[in-house]
Structures are given as structure tokens and as C-alpha cells.
Design a protein. Structure first.
Length: 202
């Protein structure tokens, strides 16, 4: 198992018309969001305005979206709309849909190509997590990612090593074996967990 800690201050920020975004992780590491040749991408975006803004077209990708700060009204044309509150709602939708959102918010995105499957959840209590089988690909989840939206979180893996992340940081666990145990202790934390498996790891 390989563990990478990504600190908030080390993440590159990109400015767009209505706000800014931060790419925490992209896989493969030499792939490009602009070229749409990535298997999956984990990123955060902040909107400066309450006005409705369109989402980028991400055809052939599935998006998992959670609000970290602020309330957003998300619209998926010809499908549905919903009001999302921080850490309460997770929207999973086709990146090729014509989608937009209104609200001055900060959100977190998990973007998955058709070769990958994943799930996003909120960790609310201390406890031990067990890496499960990704039934869609009949293999263990290859990656586990944890984004700390507030407070601090401490992880202890089976080797006894401990890792700590604070607000704005992320922990990436790669090549996680099936059944691997991860003990998590939260300290006033808001922690988002993402599990990802792909058909073929490049």
C-alpha cells in the first residue's frame, strides 16, 4: 500500500470566470484534464457568485459531487434538479448532461471515466474501515482517498504507521489490498471518503 499526503498549500489553484478550482489528484499522473484522457480526477471548486453557472462538459465521465460550504441549487436539464447542503447530499450524474448550479459554494468533485467505478461517502464517526470488493470489476478498490473539509483526522494502517491530515488536506491510499483495515480517529472533522477501482490500472 502506498500512502500520499497532499497538503492544501501544495495544490495548484486555477482561476475561472466564476471562481477558482484546485486539482488534488489525477490518474494517470501524466494525464490531462483539458485533454480528457484521465481515468479519474479529484478536485475542489469555489464559486464566487450566487448566479447560475454552467458545469463543464465531461462526456464519457461520471461525476460525484458534494458541497463543502454553502447551499447550491443544481440543475440537470431534462433530468432533475436538487438543492444540495454541505455534507448532506451527494449527486451522481452523467458528465455529458447539460448541467449548472446556482449558489456561492465550495464543492468537491470525483470524476470517473467509463473504465472506473467509485463511490463517495461522508465519514461521520471514529472506527475501522475495511477495504471492500468492487463488485463492478470483481476486484478490491484500488484507491481510497480522504478529503478533510474541517478539523483533523488521523489514520492508522495495518503496519502501525499513522498519518494525519488537517482542513484542506487529502490522503491517497493506492494499491489497497482486499480486506485491508484502516483505523480512523476524527477530531471535529468533516471527512469525505472516495473509493475507486478501474478495469485496468495504467
Amino acid at each position: 500500500m502506498k500512502i500520499t499526503l497532499i497538503k492544501k498549500d501544495d495544490v495548484i489553484t486555477s482561476i475561472w470566470a466564476g471562481g477558482e478550482s484546485r486539482q488534488y489528484f489525477i490518474y494517470p499522473v501524466n494525464s490531462s484534464y483539458a485533454d480528457r484522457n484521465f481515468s479519474f480526477r479529484l478536485s475542489m471548486a469555489e464559486s464566487y457568485s450566487e448566479e447560475e453557472a454552467k458545469y463543464s462538459n465531461l462526456e464519457n465521465y461520471t461525476r460525484h459531487l458534494i458541497m463543502l460550504e454553502g447551499k447550491a441549487h443544481v440543475f440537470h436539464k431534462n433530468h432533475y434538479d436538487l438543492v444540495m447542503e454541505p455534507y448532506k447530499d451527494i449527486d451522481v450524474f452523467d458528465g455529458g448532461w447539460e448541467s449548472s448550479a446556482a449558489g456561492k459554494v465550495t464543492d468537491f468533485n470525483m470524476m470517473l471515466s467509463k473504465d472506473c467505478h467509485g463511490k463517495m461517502t461522508v465519514v461521520e464517526n471514529d472506527g475501522t474501515l475495511k477495504n471492500e470488493l468492487c463488485t463492478e470489476h470483481n476486484k478490491p478498490f484500488d484507491f481510497k482517498a480522504f478529503y478533510c473539509g474541517a478539523g483533523r483526522a488521523v489514520f492508522e494502517v495495518s503496519t502501525g504507521e499513522k498519518y494525519k491530515i488537517s482542513e484542506g488536506d487529502m490522503a491517497i491510499l493506492e494499491n489497497v489490498e482486499e480486506g485491508a483495515l484502516i483505523n480512523i480517529v476524527l477530531n471535529d472533522s468533516k471527512l469525505v471518503q472516495m473509493d475507486i477501482c478501474c478495469i485496468e490500472m495504467k
